[in-house]
Design a protein around this ligand. Structure first.
Ligand SMILES: Cc1cc2nc3c(=O)[nH]c(=O)nc-3n(C[C@H](O)[C@H](O)[C@H](O)COP(=O)(O)OP(=O)(O)OC[C@H]3O[C@@H](n4cnc5c(N)ncnc54)[C@H](O)[C@@H]3O)c2cc1C
Length: 392
C-alpha cells in the first residue's frame, strides 16, 4: 500500500517575526509551507519595534515601506540624575510597527496562510507531525513552533516547562502635539530606575510614540502606575490611551554553560523546533527579541533542510544563546545596582559605545564584560573620560 504523503513539508505555528521569517526561509528552500496563526492577520503586537538595520539587510527585499522612523540619538535617564545622550551616526536602528513588519515578511514568503486558527495540539509519529487546530488536523514533515511567549507547541511537546515570564505594558501615543514631536520625534529614550529589573521606553514612530515598560523577570510590580509616573515625568500623558500587556520570555542562563560551552535546554524533538519567544530567546538585559526570532528561524530551517534537527540546540547556543547568557550576567549586575551602574557605566562613553555596538550588531556580546572592565579601569587610572553629549 502506498504511504500517504503529509499535507505540507513544514507547518509554522505563529506568524510573528520568527514564524514569518521561518516561512520565508522555508519557501526559499523550496519547501511546501503553511503558516497557522490564531489571530486574524495582520494583528497588533505590543512591541517597541526597534531592530538593527543590519538585521533587516539580511533579507534581499526592501523594507523601507515599513520603517517608520530611525532615531538620531538615544537618551538614557535615571530618576534624579542627569540624563546621558548618545548620538547614533548613520541612524543604524530602524523602528517598525509589528503588524506591518510581520505582514511584509509573511507576504514575501509566499507561504500558504491559515489565520484565525489556533494550534491546539501536536502529535509526532515516525514520519510526520500532526498539528491539531480547532477545525481540523493537518500533517507535515516538520513543525516550527513560533507561537510566542506562551507557546502551545512548547507545552504540548513538554519543552521549556521551567520557563519564567517577565511582564510588559505598551501604549501608542499620537504625536499630534508639536512639542512632543520636537522632544521625542527623533530620539529613543530608555528610562532606567522606573521599575526593578527593567526600564521604561519611548520609541519614535512616524506619527506616534510607542511607549512602554518592561520587567524582565517574574515578580509582582504595578507596571501601570510606574509607566504613568515615568511618562508624566517626560510630559507624555496617557489619559484615555489603551495600555496593552504582553509576557516577555527572557533567556535563562545558569552559569555553568559558560564553562562547558554547551546549549541551555532542549528546543527540539525529532520533527519539531521552537524559535523566537517560544524558545525564550529574548535578551534579559534590554528585552530585545526580534532579531533573535529571525535568526533562530534561519537556524531552524537549516536543520530542517538537513533533515536532521539534532544539532539545533548547539547552533542556537553558538549564534544566540552565548550572547544572551552574557547579557544575563550583565543584567544580574546592572539591575542589582542600577543607580551605581548608571553613574559609573552609562556615563562612561566607552562603555556606552560597547552597548551601542552590540545593539547595532557592530560586534557581539561575547567579550563585552572584559571590554567594560578594561574601560572602567582606564577611567579609574586616567580620570574621567570626556563625557558623551549631556543635557541639562
Ligand atoms: C512590550 C514589548 C516591547 C518589545 N520591544 C522590542 C523591541 O523594541 N525590539 C525587539 O527586538 N524586541 C522587542 N520585544 C520582543 C519582541 O516583541 C519578541 O521577541 C518578538 O515578537 C518575538 O517574535 P515571535 O515571532 O517569536 O513571537 P510573536 O511576535 O509573539 O508572534 C507569535 C505569533 O504566534 C501566534 N500564536 C500564539 N499562539 C498561537 C497558537 N496556539 N496557534 C497559532 N498561532 C499562535 C500569535 O498570534 C502571534 O502572531 C518587545 C516585547 C514586548 C512584549
Amino acid at each position: 500500500m502506498a504511504m500517504r504523503r503529509p499535507d505540507f513539508d513544514a507547518i509554522v505555528a505563529g506568524a510573528g517575526a520568527g514564524g514569518a521569517a521561518a516561512a520565508y526561509y522555508l519557501t526559499r528552500a523550496g519547501l511546501k509551507t503553511l503558516v497557522v496563526d490564531k489571530a486574524q492577520l495582520p494583528r497588533y503586537k505590543a512591541c517597541g519595534g526597534a531592530i538593527p538595520q543590519t538585521a533587516l539587510d539580511r533579507f534581499p527585499f526592501a523594507m523601507d515601506s515599513v520603517i517608520q522612523a530611525k532615531p538620531e540619538e538615544v537618551r538614557l535617564t535615571f530618576p534624579g540624575r542627569r540624563p546621558v545622550d548618545v548620538s547614533l551616526p548613520g541612524r543604524p536602528v530602524a523602528m517598525v510597527m509589528r503588524q506591518e513588519f510581520d505582514a511584509l515578511l509573511l507576504a514575501q514568503s509566499g507561504a500558504e496562510v491559515l489565520d484565525g486558527t489556533a494550534v491546539t495540539g501536536v502529535v509526532e509519529d515516525g514520519a510526520e507531525v500532526r498539528v491539531e487546530t480547532g477545525r481540523r488536523a493537518l500533517t507535515a514533515r516538520y513543525l516550527v513552533g513560533a507561537d510566542g511567549a506562551a507557546s502551545t507547541v512548547a507545552r504540548r511537546l513538554g519543552l521549556r516547562s521551567q520557563r519564567r515570564l517577565g511582564g510588559t505594558l505598551e501604549a501608542e501615543v499620537p504625536l499630534g502635539d508639536p512639542g512632543l514631536r520636537a522632544d521625542y520625534g527623533t530620539r529613543a529614550i530608555f528610562c532606567f530606575g522606573a521599575v526593578p529589573w527593567g526600564y521604561a521606553w519611548v520609541f519614535p514612530k512616524r506619527d506616534h510614540l510607542s511607549v512602554g515598560i518592561g520587567r524582565f523577570r517574574p515578580g509582582k510590580v504595578d507596571l501601570r502606575s510606574a509607566l504613568v509616573v515615568e511618562m508624566e515625568r517626560l510630559g507624555i500623558r496617557l489619559d484615555g490611551i489603551p495600555l496593552r500587556g504582553h509576557p516577555l520570555p527572557c533567556y535563562q542562563a545558569p552559569l555553568w554553560p559558560f564553562w562547558f560551552n554547551s546549549p541551555q535546554e532542549q528546543l527540539s524533538t525529532r520533527r519539531c523546533l521552537l524559535v523566537g519567544d517560544a524558545a525564550g530567546l529574548v535578551d534579559p538585559l534590554i528585552g530585545e527579541g526580534i532579531r533573535y526570532a529571525m535568526t533562530s528561524a534561519r537556524l531552524a530551517v537549516e536543520a530542517i533542510a538537513r533533515d536532521d534537527l539534532s544539532g539545533y540546540e548547539q547552533a542556537i547556543w553558538q549564534e544566540i544563546g552565548h550572547d544572551l547568557a552574557t547579557s544575563g550576567l550583565l543584567a544580574e549586575l546592572y539591575y542589582r545596582l542600577p543607580g551605581f551602574c548608571f553613574e559609573v557605566g552609562l556615563r562612561n562613553p566607552e562603555i556606552v559605545q560597547q552597548f551601542v555596538g552590540v545593539l547595532t550588531e557592530r560586534f557581539r556580546h561575547q567579550g563585552i564584560g572584559r571590554r567594560i572592565l578594561a574601560a572602567s579601569a582606564r577611567w579609574a587610572l586616567q580620570g574621567k573620560p570626556s563625557q558623551p553629549k549631556h543635557v541639562g
